[in-house]
Write a protein that binds this ligand. Structure first.
Ligand SMILES: *[C@@H]1O[C@H](CO)[C@@H](O)[C@H](O)[C@H]1NC(C)=O
Ligand SMILES: *[C@@H]1O[C@H](CO)[C@@H](O)[C@H](O)[C@H]1NC(C)=O
Ligand SMILES: *[C@@H]1O[C@H](CO)[C@@H](O)[C@H](O)[C@H]1NC(C)=O
Ligand SMILES: *[C@@H]1O[C@H](CO)[C@@H](O)[C@H](O)[C@H]1NC(C)=O
Ligand SMILES: *[C@@H]1O[C@H](CO)[C@@H](O)[C@H](O)[C@H]1NC(C)=O
Ligand SMILES: *[C@@H]1O[C@H](CO)[C@@H](O)[C@H](O)[C@H]1NC(C)=O
Ligand SMILES: *[C@@H]1O[C@H](CO)[C@@H](O)[C@H](O)[C@H]1NC(C)=O
Ligand SMILES: *[C@@H]1O[C@H](CO)[C@@H](O)[C@H](O)[C@H]1NC(C)=O
Ligand SMILES: *[C@@H]1O[C@H](CO)[C@@H](O)[C@H](O)[C@H]1NC(C)=O
Ligand SMILES: *[C@@H]1O[C@H](CO)[C@@H](O)[C@H](O)[C@H]1NC(C)=O
Ligand SMILES: *[C@@H]1O[C@H](CO)[C@@H](O)[C@H](O)[C@H]1NC(C)=O
Ligand SMILES: *[C@@H]1O[C@H](CO)[C@@H](O)[C@H](O)[C@H]1NC(C)=O
Length: 821
């Protein structure tokens, strides 16, 4: 099976079917989202990780590349379609749109190393040994294979904290493996928030086949302090020669220390069995060599990593990669994915099934389970019995609907994540809105962990979560201004954690445009955050509930009834401290829509639709149901967008931007008019127009899988209203879906007459006629005990729902543009 443009999806030939289990992993396209709109380049694509990993694995083993021109590349996931390989490393993100993070610690197989000066290879200069790839890369779940121009074939697989590399060298070449502890994913087009190396140590054990040590890499997207990772690597055969080296640290990383910029890269100094960085943060590494033209052409390496110690890294290596057979590790990864992820949503996979849909479903599930990274027992910062996670990159993406799916199909992992978030609050002061490299940041708008906790809370997730502390965590976000972190992109507030615009929000009730950045989007996000706080308060601190419900109406204070655009009147607008609105603000064009602008990654036109807790009031303020419907119809018309969305919406010409998170729920708003068929029509069209089983198959950065998860809900025929127990009913893509919810119950979703059309004609829940276009988590205990939702589909665009419209549980009427009484 051949994927687009030089990528091959490996058939899992070894996939043995133990019992009657289906190998769903065979339907995953590991390259879906690896390419952007410009063929052969990653720019504007999914920024996904490609390589070997287990669900939420700490280790994600894959290629790191350097692709030029840098303005149409994106190194975030490491892999790029045509980039030159600079190393093969264990830690990666997937789908992130900010600056690259991780890409360490690395190995690199070389067929020549020269004599230091002779043939031009300099172990300190990746440009002297980087490799183009020959032919098509091959990937399947848990396995990756490529061939370098040097002739070396590389195969990779991973476990939770370790990995296995397999190098097949041409018989006539030298065989070397470079261990480069100063390797990381750079940010070639921007240096101020690029990662940089701050030091390490490497030792080669006496018998020569084992190396240990650590590397520290700082900065990256959230401007974090150095991350130290301990490494334990082993080769399956003793090398003929193995030596460490060190060299001057001359990386060109802008304002950071010891930059030589366009100076000549120095040569390494060989150091025998041990090299240390010393006070000048020298680069360190090692070179393992197996002598030339003997018969040995296969070299394997197992590597474990730990944020705690070398001993732990060695233990992971030994326990998790017990065999040198890479196919065993790959099979174990595939088994885990099938067992813990894919089999949670089962659809017909018989020969007659639509393979495109299988690929879209199982690939989407795959990409929404790569980050955050589970790091239980791997928290270097404080001692705790609570679980630890990292790489929430970011809550702003995850809260929209991804956490709601994890709630159903990953209850154990999800409970563990929430406990970890609360433990961060207890030990560091705040839950993260983004977190990576053990460091909170960046905050794009509100404190969206509040929404995550509220969603879990209202749906009854308890387990070992201490909700007294959970409530304290969200209340802190709502009440305490975080310290100012001096991030150069925002002169007015902290991007690290919390809600810096509380300086406006508490006294004024809205986020002002003169004392804070991103006033429009923050006013909208803080409103939902405070609704979330009120949802938890209802159970944990009832006396607080009313206060936060009142604050959750703050968006109405930012609603300018006179603002007009494209014939529509009334929008959330930037409002100054003195109470006047920024009247000349462009409602359809947020400019760069960036950190220091008045609205973040979305226009005032779009954000005026993002009030999920009080759609009723939003409809009122837009002039009632008819005006609302006309406005909603308008944002899906082609060529209405007034903003250049850049990579956050390449090729999208509608005001509604399906490629970015703020608008995820907007196509479903017709349910609030009891015109569910129009939600189905819009959302199905968006899915068909922008999602494909191809390298360019998603309309932007996958954002930790948020875009993929949007598609999963679309295919299930449901959409969750986060922070509330409500699910909207839409239209499933399969005639029979079994979802394992709440550990071991089965929610079955059936669709009769799927082939006749995708409009809903009627719905039954557990055999009862259902007249509403929504239901709640607790209805019939369907999401906890299981049950059956039966859709009857057809081609008629039918108003089938006669019952109540979806609720607006945060409904409050406040004078638009008014002030706190
Ligand atoms: C990148 O820069 C080149 C010129 O150096 C230009 O031709 C190309 O269009 C740019 N690509 C993008 C995506 O901006
Ligand atoms: C490779 O070398 C170039 C030039 O020194 C440098 O900019 C880059 O950060 C290096 N590393 C990688 C992984 O690309
Ligand atoms: C090297 O030593 C380690 C432990 O000290 C051992 O596990 C490994 O088998 C040895 N390798 C060789 C090639 O002797
Ligand atoms: C380095 O860059 C500077 C400033 O652009 C230039 O004047 C100098 O000639 C360059 N040096 C080398 C060795 O390329
Ligand atoms: C391997 O090559 C090195 C360097 O050429 C040499 O010193 C060494 O003796 C060789 N070892 C074997 C086992 O041939
Ligand atoms: C769903 O589960 C039911 C009951 O076990 C079974 O009969 C049906 O075949 C399953 N459907 C799918 C698509 O797996
Ligand atoms: C299979 O599904 C895809 C995606 O929904 C659709 O475009 C295609 O028409 C379907 N193929 C058949 C034969 O129904
Ligand atoms: C929950 O946390 C609170 C505050 O730290 C503590 O007093 C209480 O004992 C905890 N509850 C449980 C069940 O551990
Ligand atoms: C209100 O504040 C804005 C921003 O500082 C200023 O432009 C405007 O003139 C002020 N209006 C009044 C009436 O003070
Ligand atoms: C956003 O601002 C940052 C920092 O000023 C800048 O580097 C980046 O290019 C901007 N992005 C866009 C899309 O304007
Ligand atoms: C807003 O921006 C759009 C798109 O750039 C532009 O066409 C329009 O004229 C602007 N509107 C106002 C009121 O400035
Ligand atoms: C279902 O899972 C829950 C939670 O793991 C467990 O307590 C319960 O015993 C399981 N029930 C069955 C029937 O397996």
């Amino acid at each position: 099976m051949k994927a687009h443009a030089g990528r091959v999806i490996a058939l899992s030939v070894l996939a043995r079917c133990t019992s009657a289990q289906v190998d769903y992993s065979q339907y995953v396209n590991p390259f879906l989202g690896s390419e952007g709109a410009i063929p052969g380049y990653a720019y504007g694509g999914g920024d996904i990780f490609v390589g070997g990993a287990v669900p939420f694995g700490m280790v994600k083993l894959g290629l790191d590349t350097f692709e030029e021109p840098v303005n149409q590349s994106a190194l975030n996931g490491g892999w790029t379609p045509k980039g030159k390989v600079t190393g093969i490393s264990l830690l990666h993100e997937s789908g992130t749109g900010g600056g690259p993070k991780y890409g360490y610690p690395a190995q690199m197989p070389l067929t020549r190393i020269g004599d230091g000066a002779g043939d031009g290879v300099n172990l300190l200069d990746n440009r002297t040994y980087w490799q183009s790839r020959v032919g098509d890369d091959v990937a399947s779940v848990g396995y990756f294979k490529t061939q370098f121009e040097s002739g070396v074939t590389v195969e990779l697989s991973a476990t939770r904290h370790a990995s296995i590399y397999q190098y097949t060298y041409p018989s006539s070449t030298d065989k070397h493996v470079l261990i480069d502890f100063s390797h990381y994913l750079p940010y070639p087009s921007r240096s101020w928030d690029s990662q940089f190396y701050t030091g390490g140590e490497i030792q080669i054990q006496p018998n020569g086949s084992i190396y240990t040590g650590y590397t520290s890499i700082a900065n990256g997207w959230c401007l974090g302090p150095p991350v130290t990772i301990y490494v334990c690597g082993e080769f399956d055969s003793a090398p003929d020669n193995a030596e460490t080296f060190s060299g001057k640290n001359t990386f060109p990383v802008g304002r950071h220390f010891r930059t030589f910029d366009n100076g000549t890269t120095p040569q390494p100094t060989f150091r025998g069995s041990e090299a240390r960085s010393g006070p000048l943060n020298d680069r360190v590494g090692a070179i393992f060599s197996w002598n030339g033209t003997n018969s040995l052409s296969l070299i394997k390496s197992r590597v474990g990593v730990s944020f705690m110690s070398v001993d732990k890294a060695c233990a992971y290596k030994n326990e998790e990669v017990a065999s040198w057979d890479i196919q065993q590790t790959a099979q174990a990864a595939r088994d885990e994915w099938n067992r813990d992820v894919f089999s949670k949503i089962q659809v017909d996979a018989s020969p007659s099934a639509n393979k495109t849909r299988l690929a879209l479903l199982y690939s989407s599930l795959y990409f929404m389970h790569l980050i955050p990274s589970e790091r239980v027992g791997e928290n270097p910062l404080w001692e705790s019995d609570e679980p630890y996670w990292d790489d929430f990159y970011t809550m702003w993406d995850l809260f929209r609907n991804q956490v709601s799916l994890w709630h159903l199909i990953q209850p154990s992992y999800y409970e563990s994540m929430i406990r970890s978030l609360i433990d961060m609050f207890k030990n560091e002061g705040y839950m993260p809105d983004g977190r990576s490299g053990n460091y909170n940041g960046l905050v794009q708008g509100g404190s969206n962990a509040d929404n995550v906790l509220a969603d879990a809370y209202v749906k009854g997730l308890r387990g070992q979560i201490n909700w007294t502390e959970g409530y304290a965590a969200v209340k802190k976000n709502a009440e305490v201004v975080p310290f100012f972190d001096q991030n150069p992109v925002d002169p007015l507030g902290s991007l690290k954690e919390g809600r810096s615009a509380l300086i406006d929000w508490i006294p004024l009730g809205y986020v002002s445009a003169d004392r804070s950045t991103r006033a429009v989007s923050k006013s909208v996000e803080y409103s939902l955050n405070d609704f979330a706080v009120s949802q938890i308060a209802a159970g944990e601190e009832p006396g607080d509930q009313e206060l936060y419900l009142q604050r959750s109406a703050g968006w109405q204070l930012s609603w300018d009834t006179e603002a007009e655009a494209r014939g529509f009147t009334g929008f959330v607008m930037p409002r100054f401290v003195n109470g006047t609105f920024h009247k000349t603000y462009n409602i359809t064009n947020c400019g760069d829509c960036n950190w220091s602008d008045e609205s973040y990654e979305g226009t005032a036109f779009e954000y005026s639709f993002v009030i999920p807790h009080d759609v009723e009031r939003m409809i009122d303020l837009m002039g009632g149901p008819q005006h609302f419907e006309t406005r909603l119809d308008y944002i899906f018309q082609p060529n209405t967008s007034g903003v250049d969305l850049g990579v956050n919406g390449l090729g999208i010409t509608t005001i509604n931007n399906v490629a970015n998170e703020p608008d995820f729920g907007t196509p479903y708003l017709y349910n609030y008019l009891n015109k569910q068929w129009k939600s189905v029509q819009r959302s199905r069209q968006l899915a068909n127009d922008f999602y494909f089983n191809a390298s360019q198959g998603i309309p932007g950065n996958s954002d930790a899988g948020a875009l993929n998860c949007w598609l999963v809900w679309q295919m299930l025929g449901l959409y969750p209203i986060v922070t509330t127990p409500v699910y909207l009913l839409e239209s499933p893509w399969f005639s029979d879906i079994n979802i394992t919810v709440n550990h071991n119950s089965t929610l079955r979703i059936k669709a009769e007459s799927l082939d006749d059309g995708y409009y809903v004609q009627s719905v039954k829940i557990n055999g009862n006629e259902w007249s509403k276009n929504w239901f709640e988590h607790g209805d019939f205990d369907i999401m906890t005990e299981g049950g059956e939702i039966m859709f009857t589909l057809g081609e008629e665009q039918k108003v089938w729902e006669t019952g109540d419209m979806p609720p607006s549980p945060g409904h409050r009427v406040v004078e638009p543009g008014g002030s706190l009484s």
